[in-house]
Structure formats: structure tokens, C-alpha cells
Write a protein that binds this ligand. Structure first.
Ligand code: NAD
Ligand code: MG
Length: 399
């Protein structure tokens, strides 16, 4: 039977990998809806290749541009912005929503998909970081499934079929350590966005690449795992595993450790999430453990990568803190990519923002959206003050 998919974030790194899998299984999957940001040229190509019923883009200008390039009759099928993303997610014909928009913009469309009774293949970890409890409550109420695309969570989901939930001792998330795994602390002040974007094992979007370099990505994944699997954050550990072959592990109370392994290619967790509970063949290079070299594991260095600890703390203290952490991180990553702040200042902006904004319990999505906005404004002002300080320092040394 054909599974109809609404693909949110179709032009991104995950979106393109999803379409690659769909292309290999045309009878099994059909893309009925697509949402993207601003890459109109690629979106148009995707529309021509996959013939969705409905698409959504970031704003009216982009929608106009897209409609002009499409055959007549498309104008009612091109939607805009947050409402457009939500409508694509809730499309009556869709069976599964692939949530692969980057950042906080992914939250409300993912919720709209859940409320409309769709299963969710989840790449957008920010959704669970911002509103994990509300999202998981909605998932239970609507009796839908979340199938994780994030490789670590996909590995844990697969490993969890080996035992009962009450017999879990801990979850072990692996992290590659990113491009600066072995860089001394003081050199981190000099790294450029280009170096930070250059991930050793995975090719990904810009935001998650920077998050991998700061280890904030792993911090967000700890929070994601906490909500997704209902495991206390104290029972979730992180191990640096530079080869990215063991994608994560579950340790049971009897000492058995179950893991999922594979080559680092996102199409493996994607095809699992799309076809679940079936498995489909992918013609990728096979894992050859005699060729990978030694598999190594080491503890994370919290002092060089403070973002990881910030995420643990936000998760433990709860309420609106994880949403504030996420919003501040998005602002700080953008500022680093724009050359406004230096690499170690990303974590600094996040820490300051989370400590300065006012927190409360999360009772509804509106609370989350309000803290997201407040934290962004706070983070912007912290970025500005860091820029002013840097400018003053420069003026002192160069008379
Ligand atoms: P990306 O930057 O390559 O793609 C992001 C997609 O979101 C693009 O299609 C963009 O057009 C779209 N988008 C951005 N803002 C939008 C908006 N307001 N409305 C509609 N569409 C919008 O990012 P990515 O690497 O594909 O990551 C996507 C998500 O998946 C992130 O949450 C990331 O953490 C997660 N993820 C990615 C990977 C990976 O390997 N790339 C792995 C695990 C998890
Ligand atoms: Mg991951």
C-alpha cells in the first residue's frame, strides 16, 4: 500500500535524503505535501519531480516567485508561512508527516500534524526540546507514533525492542565530537564558521553543523531522548565516539548493552522511519568492521564544550528553560555564522539568556512561543553587547 507523506523542510539536507529514498520506492511512498523556506529553485524542481498536491513557502514574495514559475492553476496550491506549514502537515491525504524544518519553526507544524492524527517521522529535535511534555501528551491523546530520524534516537528506538521499559538502566548517546574534538580551549576562540561547518562524518545543514561543533546538538539530543523515551535525564549519558558507527546504545539492568550500528548515512534511519515496521533494502556501502579501524569511546570534555552541560541543566530544571536555551542558541549560532561573535561566545550567550529570562511551567504552546520570542530578544541584546565590547577592545589595541 502507498504511504502518503507530507514533507516539511523538503529542500534541506534531511528533506533531500527523504526524497532520495522516495525516488527509490515510488510505489511505496507518495509525497502529497511539501513545505520549504526560501530555496525556490530547488522546490520547483522537487514539485516537477514529485507532484505534491500542496506546498508552502516562507513568505508572499517567494510564493509569488514560485507561482510564476509553475503551470497555471497552482496559485491556490501554494501556501505561506507558519499557517501554510501547518496546513501542509494536516493535509487530509497524508498518512505520515516528515518533520525536517530546522529550528523553532518546526514546532507548530509538527503539533498540527499530531493533532490531525498523523504519525510523525521526526528530524526536528527542537520540537521536543521546546515543548516535549506537550508534544508527548498530544501524541498519547491522538494515539499517533513518533518515529525518530535523528540517528541516535533511531538507534535507541531499535535497541529498545530488546527489553522492557522498566528494565532500562541507562541510555548512552554517542557523539562524534565534531570538528574541534581535539582542539585546545584557547584555539577555539580563533575558529572560523567555515572550519566549524566542516563536520568530519556527516554532511548536514548549517545550524546542526555548528551545534555539532559546540556539542549543543548532543545537549538538544539528551532533552529529545528524555521526552521521546520517557527516561530521566540522570539516566542519559553521552560518550564521544569519533567514528560514528555505533549510533547509540541502551543498557539494561542485567548489564546487557544493546546498540544499533551502521555507516553514517542518514538514509538508513530515514528509511526505517518511513517504512516502519517493515525494512526496505538500500543500496548503500555495507558496514565492514574490518575496514573501519578501531572503534573508540571517551567521555565528553564539559569544560571545552559547556553547551552540553547547559542543556543537561535546562532539562533538569525544566519549565521554559529548554525552550529559552534553544531560542538563544539559534540566535547565537546565526551571530557566529555572521561573524558577529566568536565560537566560545555561543555558549556564553545561551547561558546568559537562560539565566536572565523569566521562567514558568509549560502549560500550553503559547507559553513556549512567548519564551521563544523573549529569549531571542534577550540573546540579540547580549550579542550586541559582546560586539560593542569587542569593538572597544580593538580600538584600545590599535590607536
Ligand atoms: P537544513 O538547513 O539543511 O534544512 C532546513 C529545511 O527547513 C530547508 O528545507 C528549509 O527551507 C526549511 N525551512 C527553514 N525555515 C523554514 C520555515 N520557516 N518554514 C518552512 N521551511 C523552513 O537543515 P537539516 O540539516 O536538514 O536539518 C533539519 C532538521 O533535522 C533540524 O532540526 C536538524 O536538527 C535535524 N537533523 C538533521 C540531521 C542531518 O543529518 N542533517 C540529522 C539529525 C537531525
Ligand atoms: Mg543526531
Amino acid at each position: 500500500m502507498t504511504k502518503n507523506i507530507s514533507l516539511l523542510g523538503s529542500t534541506g539536507s534531511i528533506g533531500c535524503n527523504v526524497l532520495d529514498v522516495v525516488r527509490q520506492y515510488p510505489g511505496r511512498f507518495r509525497v502529497v505535501g511539501m513545505a520549504a523556506g526560501s530555496n525556490i529553485r530547488l522546490l520547483r524542481e522537487q514539485i516537477e519531480a514529485f507532484h505534491p498536491m500542496l506546498v508552502s513557502v516562507a513568505d508572499d514574495t517567494l510564493a509569488g516567485e514560485l507561482i510564476q514559475s509553475l503551470p497555471p492553476g497552482w496559485s491556490e496550491r501554494v501556501l505561506v508561512g507558519r499557517a501554510g506549514n501547518e496546513e501542509v502537515a494536516a493535509l487530509p491525504e497524508a498518512d505520515l508527516v516528515v518533520s525536517a524544518i530546522v529550528g523553532a519553526a518546526g514546532l507548530t507544524p509538527t503539533m498540527a500534524g499530531i493533532e490531525a492524527g498523523k504519525d510523525i517521522a521526526l528530524a526536528n529535535k527542537e520540537t521536543l526540546v521546546m515543548a516535549g511534555e506537550l508534544v508527548m501528551n498530544a501524541v498519547a491523546r491522538r494515539q499517533v507514533q513518533i518515529l525518530p530520524i535523528d540517528s541516535e534516537h533511531n538507534a535507541i528506538a531499535q535497541s529498545l525492542s530488546a527489553g522492557r521499559h522498566q528494565d532500562i538502566h541507562r541510555l548512552i548517546l554517542t557523539a562524534s565530537g565534531g570538528p574541534f574534538r581535539d582542539k585546545p580551549s584557547r584555539e577555539l576562540w580563533e575558529v572560523t564558521p567555515e572550519q566549524a561547518l566542516n563536520h568530519p562524518n556527516w554532511s548536514m545543514g548549517r545550524k546542526i553543523s555548528i551545534d555539532s561543533a559546540t556539542l549543543m546538538n548532543k545537549g538538544l539530543e539528551v532533552i529529545e531522548a528524555h521526552w521521546l523515551f520517557g527516561v530521566p535525564v540522570e539516566q542519559i549519558e553521552v560518550l564521544i565516539h569519533p567514528q560514528s558507527i555505533v549510533h547509540s546504545m541502551v543498557e539494561y539492568i542485567d548489564g546487557s548493552v544493546v546498540s544499533q550500528m551502521g555507516i553514517p548515512d542518514m538514509r538508513i534511519p530515514i528509511v526505517y522511519a518511513l517504512a516502519y515496521p517493515e525494512r526496505l533494502r538500500l543500496d548503500l556501502p555495507r558496514l565492514n568492521l574490518t575496514k573501519t579501524g578501531p572503534l573508540t569511546f571517551l567521555p565528553p570534555d564539559y569544560s571545552r564544550f559547556p553547551a552540553l552541560e547547559l542543556a543537561y541543566k535546562a532539562c533538569k530544571r525544566g519549565g521554559t528553560r529548554p525552550a529559552a536555551l534553544n531560542a538563544a542558541n539559534e540566535v547565537a549560532v546565526e551571530a557566529f555564522l555572521d561573524g558577529k561573535i566568536r565560537f566560545p561566545e555561543i555558549a556564553l550567550v545561551v547561558a546568559e539568556t537562560v539565566s536572565r529570562v523569566e521562567h514558568k511551567p509549560v502549560e500550553r504552546i503559547a507559553t513556549v512561543l512567548a519564551i521563544d520570542l523573549a529569549a531571542r530578544m534577550m540573546a540579540e541584546s547580549i550579542v550586541e553587547s559582546l560586539m560593542i565590547k569587542a569593538e572597544q577592545k580593538r580600538n584600545k589595541v590599535t590607536p
